[in-house]
Structures are given as C-alpha cells and as structure tokens.
Design a protein around this ligand. Sequence first.
Ligand code: SF4
Length: 479
Amino acid sequence: MSGTYLGMPAFPTAVRASTKDTQLRANLTHATHTIRDKRAKAVAELDDWAQLREAGKDIKDQTLHHLDRYLLQLETQVTAAGGVVHWATDAAEANRIVADLVKAKGETEVVKVKSMATQEIGLNEALAAEGITAYETDLAELIVQLGDDLPSHILVPAIHKNRSEIRDIFIEAMGRWGRPAPDGLSDNPADLAEAARLHLREKFLRAKVAVSGANFMVAETGTLVVVESEGNGRMCLTLPETLISVVGIEKVIPTWQDLGVFLQLLPRSSTAERMNPYTSTWTGTTGGDGPAEFHLVLLDNGRTATLADEVGRQALRCIRCSACLNVCPVYERAGGHAYGSPYPGPIGAILTPQLRGIQSEVDASLPYASSLCGACYEVCPVAIDIPEVLVHLREQVADQGGKGHRLEAAAIRAAGWILGHPAVLAAGERAASKTRKLHPQKSPGPGIGPWTETRDLPEMPAEPFRDWWKKNRSPKEGR
Ligand code: SF4
C-alpha cells in the first residue's frame, strides 16, 4: 500500500495522543453522532432495507467468486468503447503508469476527484516526486491538502477540523496553491464553500489531465460510476482532455441492474441522502463529448491475496460508505489518523492488515483496534461481519508470535499445567488468599500494566471457594 502514512506509530501509541486531544474528540463526536442519527432515519424509511442489504451482499459475493471473468469482460468493453486498460499489481506499478501517462501529455499538473485508491497507493506523493502537482478538488480533500494533513475519515476526510480551523487553513495556504482566500474570510460554511469554489474553478478550467477513482465499474458495458455531492467530480470527469481512473479490482459489478441496488444502499448509508446529488457514468470516449482519452488503471495491491482468504475476503465487498466509522466507539475516540492508513475505523482495521500484511507493528496492531461490540456489522449495507474478520486476523497475528504473544502463550501453558494438577492449584489458591493484603492494586508486569491502569483487579477472597464449599456444604447437598 501507500507510503503516505510511513512513520506513523502503531495504534496503541497513536491513540495516547489523540484521545487526550479534547478539540479532536469534540469535533469527531459531534460529526459522527450527527451523521449516524441521520443515517438511521434515512434507512428506516425503506421497508425493504434488509432485502436490499442481502442483495448487495449477494451481488458482491457472486462477483468476487467470478472476479476473473468479470474483469476480463470489463476490459473488453472498455477497450471496445475507446478506453485503454492498464493492470497494476501494486502501488509502485500503478503510480508509474499514471506518472508516465501524465508526462506523455507534457503536463505538470492534474486535478483529482476524491479517490481512496489513489490515497492507498500514495499517488500524490509519487506524482510530486516526478514534478507533477495533483490538486484535490473535493472540499474536504482540499482542506486536508492545504493543511498539509492526512485524511481521517473515508467520507469526510477533514472531519477532525472545525469551521474556524478550516478558515485559518484557507487564509494561510490557499495563496501558495493558487487563488488566495478572499480578504476578511469568515468561518461561515457558505463563505468557506465560496472561497473553495473560486479557488478550484481556476484549476478545473486549466487542467488538461484529471485523475479519478470510481465507486463501481459495470462489466456488461465497461462503464465507470462516481457518486458524489459537490459536483467537483462531474467537472473532473468531463472537462479535461485526458481522464485517468485508478480503481481497485473489487469495484466491478456485473450489470446495470446490480448498480440499482448499490445506488440505493450507498447514499443512505454514507450521507443519509435518498439519492446523492451527482451520479456520473462514463464509458470509454465519445468524440466531441468529454475527455478525448480515457485510461483505466486496474489496481490489485493486495486484493488477490485478500480474496484468497475465505474469512477475510468479505472485506472486499466494502462500498466505502463509512457507516461503520460513524458508529464505532473506538474510532470516535481515537480519530482516523491513529489507524496509520487511508482506511480508518472498523473497515480499516480489517482491510489495511489484509492489503498490507501483518508484518509491521502498525498493521499487526489494527485487528486489536476494536471493542468487538458489533455495531459496525449492524450498520454495514453489505453485511460485512467485521468482528468475525477481526478475530480471524487476531489469530493470525498471535500465530506469528512477537514478544507480547510469546508471554501470553507461556502464561497459558503455565495455567494449563496448574489446572491439570488440582493439588498444586489448591495450594496456590490458599497461598494467594493468605497473602491477599500484600497484593498490588495494579499489575506491574510487562504488557499487563497498561491494561490494569484503567481497570481494578478483582479482590482475592479470604478463603478459596473450594475450601469454603467443603466447610459449608455436606457432600450430599453438594452433589
Ligand atoms: S465496511 Fe460496510 S459500513 Fe464500513 S465502509 Fe465498508 S460498506 Fe460501509
């Protein structure tokens, strides 16, 4: 995956700072609670939501089962419509393909519509290394880019910023990237949106190349689909001469009829809208209408390996609605940056370690970044059983060893031996009861200390239960 988040600490370290940031906590709590309440109302309007959810799950599973076939069909249709399909095994290959395409046009800048896939591969940084500037055009992405920040939410990347913080970023940074913020800019949302609109208009009118992702790719016609709320996507997809779309291979669906299911599931789950304001579809090229050149970069980057895992593959059903983030008590307190990946929250905790592997400390910590409360599964419009995958990944992390897990394994082995020797267990219980006044309130041991810092240890009884039982119950009563 991307180098964008390189150098970020593992989740337990990262949350130490973010949970103490009261402004961040307030911004996140306000935003996630507002969106989750609206979503619940929007979903409750549909009597057949459960059936739609099941249909979305089935379509995705069926497609993933025959992914090779649908991708080849998609390639055939895109090519027949005048597009060019490129296959990218990993981030480096995808970035090289895009950079070469931009350079071949003699351009040094591109406009972008928000795309998780390009964040995943660190495209902006890779293009910058080649002397190409990528301008984000989604309002929240623009805030993140101008603030030299990282996205912290799938749908609302600047969810951690409030209005006055955004105004300060616009005033400080807009001039360095193009048209400066208007004098006396207020933190009124309409004024901020107008400042962004004026700033971005210059970019739209000048850019010769655009880069997008896609929410869906329809195999039967080779059509790509972007759903959005601001209209910046529509501008990127239609105005420039060349359009390059970087899309994960799991975004393919078989037919337009299938698309109908997702166009009902996605807006209600993500923005709590009955229908999103802009749905753009494009199929290859059409003379005199839209881009004259269209390139589709199909991105693997760990997806084939994820597909091979029978439990973990359900993460590839994800339609990036972000509903699971908005209900997650851990995300609400930790914030998106703590996950060290463009995919934060519950879906990030299962997708990132699968795409990147669990070798690094950051990735091995992610399956534990959850309370396993199950709220994410309840809201997921394609019924991804995130807790099931989290536990599955925890098994893999434990199996690969590491200091904490070696200690845990040794402790369980010792416990197993003691439980298998009742006389030793009884002697240990009596000794523990007799010395109970000397026991510490918190565990000092490595790996246990942080756990008991926030929890009380159970009090040791004055007498072991089995001794009490012998004294207070006759053998007849006791059996
Ligand atoms: S896992 Fe489900 S709820 Fe979370 S972003 Fe993906 S589709 Fe939405």
